[in-house]
Design a protein around this ligand. Structure first.
Ligand code: HEC
Ligand code: HEC
Ligand code: HEC
Length: 292
C-alpha cells in the first residue's frame, strides 16, 4: 500500500469518526462511582487520564510505524496498545461494554497477516469506541472532576460584611446593577450614583473569588483571568457612567452603552463560561438549577 493512502487512513481514523447515534438520548449523568478513586488525588494527574494517554500513544504509534512500512514495529505497538486498552476496559466496570476487545485481537491479527483491508476496517471499529465514549462521557467527567463546585465557595459581601454563598452573592450583585438602571430611569441621579458605588464594591469583591478555582493563577505573569469579566474595562465603563453623571445632565445613550457593555462583557460572558457546569452539578445534587 502506498504511503499516501496510509496517511489518508491515519487521518480518517483520528479526525473523521461520525458522531454515533445516541444523540437523541444524550444524558449528562454523573460518571460511575468507580471512577472516583482515579481522581481522588487532585494534586496528581488522574490514573484514568494516564491510561488514556498510554493507549492513545500506542495506537498512534501503530499507524506511524505502518506509515514507515515497519510491520515489525507496528506489531510491537499493537501489543502495547492491546494491553493498555484491555487494562482501561477493566478500570471502570460500568463502562466495560464501551470497549471492543475482539476488535483489538483482530487488529493484531491483521498486522501479522499484513492485511491492509482488514486493518482499515478494524481500526475504524476501534476508533469508534474511542469517539463514542468521549462524546458520551467527557462532559460528565469534566463537570465532576475538573470543575470545582460553586457550593464550596463563599464570597465576602463588602456591604453586609458577611460571607455569602456564591449564588446568594450573585443575586445581590444582580440586584445592585438593576438598581442603578431603575434609579437612572426615575431620573434620581444622586441615588443612581450611590447604587453605582454599591455595585462597584460588589464587582470588585468578586475579583477575590477567581483564585479559589483558578489556583495556579499566580504563576501567570502577564495576563490574568481577572482581566476578563471583572477587568479594568468593566471598571472603566463604570467610570464613564460616573463621569457623565457629574455633568449634571447624564445622557441616556452613554448610560445604556456602558450598562450594555457590563451586562455583556461581565455578566453574560462569564455565565456562558461558568454557568452550564454549575447547573449540571446542581442537577446532580437534585437542587433546582440556577435561573439565567
Ligand atoms: C469507556 C470510555 C472511553 C473509551 C472507550 C476511550 N476513552 Fe479516552 N477518555 C475517556 C474519558 C472519560 C476521558 C476524559 C478524561 C478526563 O479529561 O478526565 C478520556 C480522555 C482521553 C484522552 C485525553 C487525555 C488527556 O491528556 O487529557 C485521550 C488522548 C484519549 N482519551 C484517547 C483515547 C483513545 C485513542 C481511545 C480508543 C482507542 C479511547 N480514548 C477510548 C473515556 C474513554
Ligand atoms: C467555581 C470555580 C470557578 C470560579 C469561582 C471561577 N472560575 Fe473561571 N473557570 C473555572 C474552570 C474550571 C474553568 C475551565 C478552565 C480552567 O480550569 O482554567 C474556567 C475558565 C475560565 C476562563 C477561560 C480561560 C481560562 O483561562 O481558563 C476565564 C477567562 C475565567 N474562567 C475567568 C474567571 C474569572 C475572572 C473569575 C473570577 C471573577 C473566575 N473565572 C472564577 C472555574 C472557576
Ligand atoms: C466569575 C463569573 C461571573 C460573573 C462575572 C458574574 N456571574 Fe453571575 N453567576 C456565575 C455563576 C457560576 C453562577 C451560577 C452559580 C451557582 O448556581 O452556584 C451565576 C449565577 C447568577 C445568578 C443566578 C443566581 C441564582 O439564583 O442561582 C444571577 C442572577 C447572576 N449570576 C447575576 C449576575 C450579574 C448581574 C452579573 C454581572 C454584574 C454576574 N452575575 C456576573 C458567574 C458569574
Amino acid at each position: 500500500m502506498e504511503k499516501k493512502k496510509l496517511r489518508l487512513i491515519l487521518l480518517l481514523f483520528f479526525f473523521f469518526f461520525p458522531v454515533s447515534a445516541f444523540s437523541s438520548d444524550f444524558v449528562v449523568a454523573p460518571p460511575p462511582q468507580s471512577m472516583d478513586k482515579y481522581y481522588a488525588d487532585s494534586g496528581k494527574i488522574s490514573e484514568w487520564i494516564t491510561q488514556m494517554r498510554k493507549l492513545s500513544t500506542a495506537y498512534s504509534a501503530i499507524f506511524v510505524s505502518l506509515d514507515k512500512k515497519n510491520w515489525g514495529l507496528a506489531e510491537k505497538n499493537s501489543v502495547v496498545f492491546a494491553d493498555s486498552y484491555k487494562k482501561a476496559s477493566e478500570m471502570i466496570p460500568e463502562w466495560e461494554e464501551e470497549f471492543d476487545l475482539k476488535a483489538v485481537n483482530e487488529l493484531k491479527e491483521s498486522i501479522l497477516e499484513k492485511d491492509m483491508g482488514k486493518l482499515g476496517a478494524v481500526a475504524k471499529t476501534l476508533g469508534k469506541t474511542c469517539s463514542h465514549c468521549h462524546s458520551k462521557h467527557n462532559t460528565s467527567v469534566w463537570a465532576r472532576y475538573h470543575w470545582p463546585s460553586t457550593d464550596t465557595i463563599k464570597v465576602l459581601d463588602p456591604l453586609d460584611e458577611k460571607e455569602l454563598r456564591y449564588n446568594v452573592f450573585m443575586e445581590k450583585l444582580s440586584d445592585s446593577l438593576k438598581r442603578v438602571s431603575v434609579n437612572f430611569e426615575q431620573e434620581d441621579f444622586q441615588q443612581a450614583w450611590r447604587s453605582l458605588d454599591v455595585f462597584k464594591k460588589r464587582l470588585t469583591s468578586l475579583r477575590s473569588v477567581c483564585s479559589k478555582c483558578h489556583v495556579d493563577e499566580w504563576t501567570k505573569s502577564s495576563t490574568s483571568v481577572k482581566d476578563f469579566f471583572v477587568g479594568d474595562d468593566i471598571l472603566a465603563a463604570l467610570q464613564e457612567i460616573k463621569k457623565d453623571f457629574s455633568t449634571g445632565e447624564p445622557s441616556e445613550k452613554v448610560f445604556k452603552k456602558n450598562i450594555d457593555y457590563i451586562n455583556k462583557r461581565s455578566c453574560k460572558t462569564c455565565h456562558l463560561v461558568h454557568q452550564p457546569v454549575a447547573a449540571i452539578q446542581q442537577a446532580w445534587q437534585q437542587k433546582t438549577p440556577p435561573t439565567p
